[in-house]
Structure formats: structure tokens, C-alpha cells
Design a protein around this ligand. Structure first.
Ligand code: SAH
Length: 348
């Protein structure tokens, strides 16, 4: 067993394990709380020595570790490169906003969704991350932030498709909000999906009311199919149906992510088509300037085109913002840093 497996456990499961070792029930809360703070077994001071020895004997101390941090000189954003126990490498981004520290997490090593503009998917999906590996990223980021600081908000927008790793992602979200753990309320969590419709319906029934972000990136099926293979599986009509169901069940508005790509989805006529699609929905559109990924040959648009697209939506009363670019100097786009790291180590 590794510490990571302990980190994937709920308090109840931890209680069962400890009971099988003859420990009293109150120990589970102590162990859970220490693990979520990233404390080594040796320093879990309110646990009896015999239990600490047993933990050391049963579980290796190894967990997710930070391999490298790169800080942006522009805005203090930190790119984190983590190493997993099997040697795989994943990445995350820590953004410092006025309203708190936001951590962007990965849910898979790579991704199999195949979106044309995304670097994470270039080599496919290697494997799912466990709930403990997701939580381990939060624990590491809290460490990087240091004494008196912590992660306040989580966005599941790193590598991977969270709803393609459904069980582990929902388990992680339940661990995240535990008051004895890192204690991040689901109000402060956003989950981004490329639109796996059946999983979106299931997720709406989980009682995990996070903000749902949906990577839409197109006003109609023809355009969407050109850049997102998932659009061949589910039509925009089905996707919008799943969004409306989520809004109805959770009372929360849905965010549509829309990366403006030159010559593909960024014309004013397409903004009008998008506004017709979203009319009357409790939603918000987030315009993302495309982070160009050289391997993909797709280009972003000029500032003028972003403004024109945004104005066309606003005219038709669609709530819209242009997402700030953060960490532009540190390869903030999904999957870029990991790929560079792998390429460099392969060249060594
Ligand atoms: N698989 C999930 C979450 C990961 S990507 C999803 O598809 O939503 C997080 C967001 O970044 C998504 O909206 C994704 O479409 C977008 N994205 C990916 N590559 C990008 C790029 N090169 N430029 C801008 N946004 C990108």
C-alpha cells in the first residue's frame, strides 16, 4: 500500500482499515487530517508511536511530488510539474487572484478526447489519475504556497477529461469538501468537460454542485465536428439538453468555454448563431484567446476580432467575458509543459 491509497480513502474507509488494526474510531479523523495536510507519518504527533510504526511498515511514504516549479514574471502564476509514483509526469497551474489562490488540476495523464487545438491529447491518454493523485496535487500546491497560505479554488481544467474518469473524479470531489481535510467547498470548484452527455446527466444527480464549464467552442455541429471528435458522438442539441438538466438540478448557471480560432469559429455571424443557441439559458460565455500550440497549426484571432465577437454576443444579451491570459510566458496552455519536459528528457 502507498500513502496515495490512503489519500484516496474516505474517512469511513480509513476507519475500517484502522479498526482492522485494532485502533479506536477517533483515530480516523486524526489520520485523515494529517494526510490531507501532507504531514509525514513520523510527525503525526497525536498518533501513538506503535500506529506510526505500523503505518510506516504498511504504507510507503511516497506520494505525488513536485518535480519543478516555474513562476511567471508577468503575474506570479506558477506552473507545477508533478511526478507520480510510476514515473509519469503531470502538470498544473497555480494562479493568484485577488479573490484567492486557484489551482488548475489534471485528472488524467494525457487525454483521449482528441480536440484539435489541445496539446494534452497529442499522445493520447496514458491512464486515469486516482482520487489520491488528484488530492495529492492540492496537498503539494498548499506546500508550495507555504505557511499561512492555501489553495481556495480548484478548476478541473488541466490535462484529461474529468468525466471520462468519473469514479475517481467524484470520489475526489467528496474528499475535497471534507471539513477535516483540505476543506474546499464545491462552490469554489469548477469542472470542465468537453461534453460527455450521459456522464453529465449522471453527474447532475451526484449532489456535487460544482460550477460546470462546458467546452463548446462552436455555434453548430458542423464547426464543432471539425475541431472536437466528441461532437460526432453527441450533437449540440443533446449537449444543451444535458446543460439545462444540470442547471435545473443544481440551480447553478453553466459556463460555456469558447476558444476563438481564426477562420474556424470566430466570425460575427457565428457569434450571432451562438447567441441564438444560448438564448434564454442561465449561462455565461467565457471567450478564451487560443493559446497557439505549434503542433496543431491553428491560430488565434486579433484583439479586434475578440472585441467584435464579444460585442455581438452582448448586443443579444448573452453574458460574456474574455478570459484573462495568465502565465503566457510559462507555457500555461494545457499539456504544453509536460510535453516539453518529456521531449527534453527523451533527448538527454
Ligand atoms: N477535458 C476538459 C478539461 C480540460 S481543458 C474539457 O475539455 O473541458 C480546459 C479548457 O481549455 C477547455 O475548455 C479546453 O477546450 C481549453 N483548451 C485546450 N487547449 C487550448 C488552447 N490551446 N487554447 C485555449 N484553450 C484551450
Amino acid at each position: 500500500m502507498s500513502l496515495l491509497e490512503l489519500l484516496s480513502m474516505s474517512q469511513a474507509e480509513m476507519g475500517e482499515l484502522l479498526a482492522s488494526w485494532g485502533q479506536p474510531a477517533f483515530r480516523k479523523k486524526q489520520l485523515f487530517s494529517w494526510l490531507h495536510q501532507g504531514t509525514p507519518f513520523e510527525q503525526m504527533l497525536n498518533l501513538p508511536n506503535a500506529l506510526r510504526v505500523r503505518l510506516r511498515a504498511e504504507a510507503s511514504e511516497n506520494t505525488v511530488s513536485v518535480l519543478e516549479t516555474i513562476e511567471s514574471k508577468i503575474d506570479g502564476t506558477v506552473k507545477l510539474l508533478y511526478r507520480l509514483l510510476d514515473g509519469n509526469v503531470i502538470e498544473g497551474v497555480l494562479m493568484r487572484y485577488k479573490h484567492g489562490n486557484t489551482l488548475c488540476l489534471s485528472t488524467q495523464v494525457g487525454c483521449k478526447m482528441g480536440c484539435a487545438f489541445c496539446a494534452s491529447t497529442l499522445d493520447g491518454c496514458v491512464r486515469n489519475l486516482s482520487a489520491g493523485e488528484m488530492l495529492g496535487q492540492v496537498v503539494c500546491a498548499n506546500r508550495v504556497l507555504g505557511e499561512g497560505e492555501r489553495v481556495h479554488n480548484i478548476v478541473l481544467m488541466g490535462s484529461g477529461e474529468p468525466l471520462d474518469n468519473y469514479e475517481n473524479t467524484t470520489r475526489f470531489l467528496r474528499l475535497l469538501r471534507e471539513p477535516d481535510g483540505v476543506n474546499i467547498g464545491l462552490r469554489n470548484v469548477s469542472l470542465s468537460t468537453c461534453g460527455l452527455v450521459p456522464q453529465m446527466y449522471a453527474f447532475a444527480d451526484e449532489d456535487l454542485p460544482v460550477t460546470l464549464s462546458v467546452s463548446l467552442h462552436a455555434p453548430n455541429d458542423d464547426v464543432r465536428r471539425k475541431i472536437m471528435p466528441v461532437a460526432n458522438r453527441y450533437s449540440i442539441e443533446e449537449l444543451i439538453g444535458a446543460c439545462k438538466n444540470y442547471i435545473g438540478k443544481t440551480g447553478r448557471r453553466v459556463i460555456f468555454e469558447y476558444a476563438l480560432i481564426s477562420g474556424v469559429n470566430a466570425s460575427v455571424a457565428q457569434a450571432h448563431e451562438l447567441s441564438t443557441l444560448l438564448r434564454g439559458m442561465q449561462c455565461h460565455v467565457n471567450l478564451i484567446p487560443l493559446n497557439s500550440v505549434p503542433e496543431r497549426g491553428l491560430q488565434g484571432v486579433s484583439e479586434r476580432e475578440v472585441s467584435a465577437f464579444k460585442a455581438a454576443l452582448e448586443e443579444r444579451h448573452i453574458s460574456v467575458t474574455r478570459r484573462r491570459e495568465m502565465g503566457d510566458d510559462i507555457e500555461g496552455a494545457c499539456g504544453q509543459l509536460r510535453r516539453k519536459y518529456i521531449a527534453n528528457t527523451e533527448n538527454e
